[in-house]
Ligand binder design. Structure first.
Ligand SMILES: *Cc1c(COP(=O)(O)O)cnc(C)c1O
Length: 434
């Protein structure tokens, strides 16, 4: 694959283009892994559409109560099949990944129960769900309902501490939660296999503990999903991987049928469960999004691989490193200073199709307890399967880059980011060859 930058060359420093070409060359060997993965996942998805007999009728939605919405019901079965789960619940009524995760916690846990996070501090937006705030717990949080939470710290190398997790289990432990992706942490993402190992250890200690996985950013990045490796329940966002950049909003839950049923009762109301919920005109977009997802995830992975090589060649530490196995679509880049992080995110925004003239600034965002900067020049607000970059304004100022409907667009945006840093004198000492 060539690096077709000729028409755009004028806007980038020639040295940056040279480095981009070299990065592209180095990355192309890794791309082949993702061609293979993508081919497998295309087969998996098409197979599910064919086996379940998706018809034109299913693509149309319902209004009002949404009784008898066969398109909605078949979409649940389609997701379950692709994710290797007994049952799934796929809804635009789930407002975000955080909501999907929160539904799983409140759907399963009861007063007096304990939840253990086996992967250290959970993602920022879960702090208030758990209860962070006043002593009696943030209003409506698990803590306020008398559900306690323990976090088992990761080992120094960022891997989960299995021995401590097992030790933390008590008679009150009802659920062990595992976060697959890195969140805002400099740690490796957990593969489905590694998640399976944690689950096996937990189940050996007490088979009735519910093992839950926050699968955000992990869908279709490997041939197997956590639900195929022992997870009882799993959640994710439709404006990340499985929405394929097409789903306009929503989230999903997948796992054991009885647990998904409990979550459905929590999503709507006891007695209503999954049988209500008008889909309006969204069914087609959710079907189409899943259909596109294997391709879009592949493009995002290729973009991430390129960005890793490119920023590594500029002298920055990156994670994953070249050649490292990936289990999510995130490329983390340690930028070292506040100015660089801001310039990077602003450059990504400038290299985006929507709001390219807006300059993101660090700010408070609901659910995030610390200032963050977020670039998302996306067609769907905040969609991070579309190209986006963000990070907390904290040492060591790491940018988390993810998504991109097409790897070529990722490359251009990454060049814009580097160019902006260069223009502000934030890159110069590192551009060795200039
Ligand atoms: C994105 C993400 C979430 C949920 O975020 P939302 O913005 O609420 O969709 C949760 N956990 C992880 C690890 C994530 O990456």
């Amino acid at each position: 694959m060539g690096f077709a930058l000729n028409t755009e060359c004028g806007q980038f420093h020639p040295q940056l283009i040279e480095l981009a070409k070299a990065a592209e060359k180095a990355a192309s060997q890794e791309y082949s892994n993702y061609h293979e993965l993508s081919a497998r996942n295309h087969q998996k998805v098409l197979g599910a559409f064919r086996t379940l007999g998706v018809t034109d009728f299913h693509l149309h939605g319902s209004t009002g109560y949404g009784y008898g919405d066969l398109g909605r019901d078949l979409l649940d079965r389609l997701f379950a099949k692709v994710l290797g789960a007994e049952r799934a619940l796929v809804r635009t009524h789930i407002v975000s990944g955080t909501h999907a995760i929160s539904l799983c916690l409140f759907g399963v846990l009861r007063p007096g129960d304990e939840l253990i996070f086996a992967t250290g501090k959970p993602y920022d937006t879960l702090n208030k769900v758990i209860g962070d705030g006043p002593a009696e717990g943030y209003p409506g949080s698990l803590m306020e309902w008398g559900i306690t939470c323990r976090e088992v710290e990761l080992l120094p190398d960022g891997s989960p501490d299995l021995a401590e997790t097992v030790k933390a289990i008590s008679s009150r432990t009802r659920m062990v939660a595992i976060q697959r992706s890195r969140g805002y942490q400099w740690r490796p993402t957990l593969s489905s296999g590694a998640i399976g190992e944690i689950i096996a250890r937990v189940k050996k200690t007490r088979a009735d503990i519910v093992c839950f996985v926050d699968n955000c950013y992990g869908e279709l990045v490997e041939a197997q999903e956590p639900t195929e490796c022992g997870a009882d329940l799993m959640a994710g966002s439709l404006i990340k991987n499985p929405g394929g950049g097409i789903a306009p909003a929503g989230g999903y839950i997948a796992g054991k049928a009885a647990l998904v049923e409990q979550v459905a009762q929590r999503l709507t109301a006891p007695g209503l469960g999954a049988e209500l919920g008008a889909t309006l005109d969204t069914n087609r977009l959710l079907y189409q999004g899943l259909y596109f997802a294997p391709l879009v995830v592949q493009q995002a992975l290729m973009g991430a691989v390129f960005a890793g090589h490119f920023f590594s060649s500029l002298g920055f530490e990156v994670s994953p490193q070249a050649g490292e196995k990936r289990s999510d679509i995130i490329q983390a880049i340690k930028l070292g200073t506040r100015e660089r992080l801001i310039a990077f995110c602003q450059g990504i925004q400038q290299g985006s199709p929507v709001d390219s003239h807006a300059l993101p600034e660090p700010a408070g965002v609901p659910g995030y307890g610390r200032p963050v900067i977020m670039a998302a020049g996306t067609f769907i607000q905040g969609s991070s399967i579309e190209l986006s970059a963000d990070g907390p304004l904290e040492e060591p100022f790491i940018a988390y880059l993810q998504g991109g409907i097409s790897a070529e667009y990722v490359k251009l945006a990454v060049l814009h980011a580097a160019q902006r840093m260069f223009d502000q004198g934030l890159l110069n000492p590192m551009l060795r060859i200039i």
